[in-house]
Design a binder for this molecule. Structure first.
Ligand code: ZN
Length: 325
């Protein structure tokens, strides 16, 4: 193995599980190095790295609200800056619908100032906490790049860029694997590696829930559909289908977790976990639903099987308890 790449792997493999900064830093440098076409050294301003950080954390937060540090009382500050910007985005657009960072037009939303401020703040953290720490392991410094802290730049020399280009197909999966392991130690939510991969491959697609209507309708009459949360009858244009335990936790559409409710209540809920009374209500609803699906002769589907399994295995409560932590 190329000794320079061995050192990269050594650092990635041995860094402590305090937070995910080092993984984001490593990933950003590798991505920037391989996207460069020139046969020369690559000079990387901290701002470019900060933008990558913002992209990674934005996407992992807005879809799945993943915790990026071991100390739950004091989240890593870059995550806090990212969340502040997401909050501003939600205020300005009035939507809780998640969106990939790459698709947000900060200029058009007149959020360019906030964006620049966020990049600057992330850059400060990179300068103070990340850029030099990454090179140190067991009181030894590894020369993976040249660092100019005061000018906020990282330089990768030509031979280093060439090595990274030759080995990135091994490096990136190792970085992602370590990052995922960290997230699994910080987060209670399931399917972390599936989530991280989906974000990485731009594969987070939320499918239409219309196909569940015919099942939900068996217990919640088409003519007068009732809202799961407030119990009132809804007008046709107010109806939405909601994941009682948020999609960002479950990362799947399961009939046992889906209900009709007012659109307005759905968008207000965002990614919060339900209260126990709603869990109880959902358990009762599922018992009724399985019964009414039987009566309506809609038992020949995987959704019926899954619903029955969920009741037998007590999924609603099990999931809820595990997410509460
Ligand atoms: Zn309602």
């Amino acid at each position: 193995m190329n000794p320079y790449i061995s050192n990269w792997i050594k650092i990635i493999w041995n860094c402590s599980f305090d937070n995910t900064y080092k993984m984001a830093w490593a990933k950003a440098l590798v991505e920037i190095a391989i996207s460069n076409n020139k046969q020369a050294k690559v000079v990387i301003p901290f701002d470019d790295i900060a933008e990558k950080f913002l992209k990674y954390y934005w996407n992992q937060t807005i879809y799945f609200d993943l915790t990026q540090g071991a100390n739950l009382k004091k989240p890593p500050e870059i995550l806090t800056y990212t969340k502040d910007l997401i909050f501003e985005y939600q205020q300005v657009t009035g939507t809780m619908q998640p969106i990939r960072f790459e698709k947000v037009d900060f200029n058009k939303l007149k959020l360019n100032n906030s964006y620049i401020k966020t990049i600057r703040k992330i850059g400060n953290t990179l300068k103070n906490d990340v850029c030099w720490r990454f090179l140190n392991l067991d009181k030894k410094a590894y020369p993976l790049y040249e660092l100019n802290k005061s000018n906020r730049i990282v330089t990768l020399h030509q031979s280093q860029v060439e090595s990274i280009k030759a080995y990135y197909e091994s490096l990136l999966p190792i970085i992602n694997y370590r990052w995922t392991q960290m997230l699994e130690s910080f987060n209670f939510a399931p399917r972390i590696s599936k989530k991280v991969r989906a974000i990485d491959e731009d594969n987070v697609r939320r499918k239409s829930l219309t196909k569940f209507r015919k099942y939900l309708d068996t217990t919640n009459d088409k003519e007068k559909r009732v809202c799961f949360y407030c119990g009132e009858q809804m007008q046709n244009d107010e109806i939405s289908i909601d994941h009682v335990i948020p999609w960002s936790f479950i990362f799947a559409d399961d009939l046992w977790n889906l209900v009709y409710c007012h659109k307005s209540e759905n968008s207000k809920k965002s990614n919060r976990l339900p209260v126990e009374a709603d869990i109880q209500k959902l358990e009762n609803r599922n018992l009724k639903l399985v019964e009414s699906m039987r009566k309506a002769d809609k038992t020949n589907s995987k959704h019926y099987d899954q619903l029955q399994l969920a009741i037998e295995k007590d999924y609603v409560r099990q999931f809820w308890i595990s997410f509460k932590g």
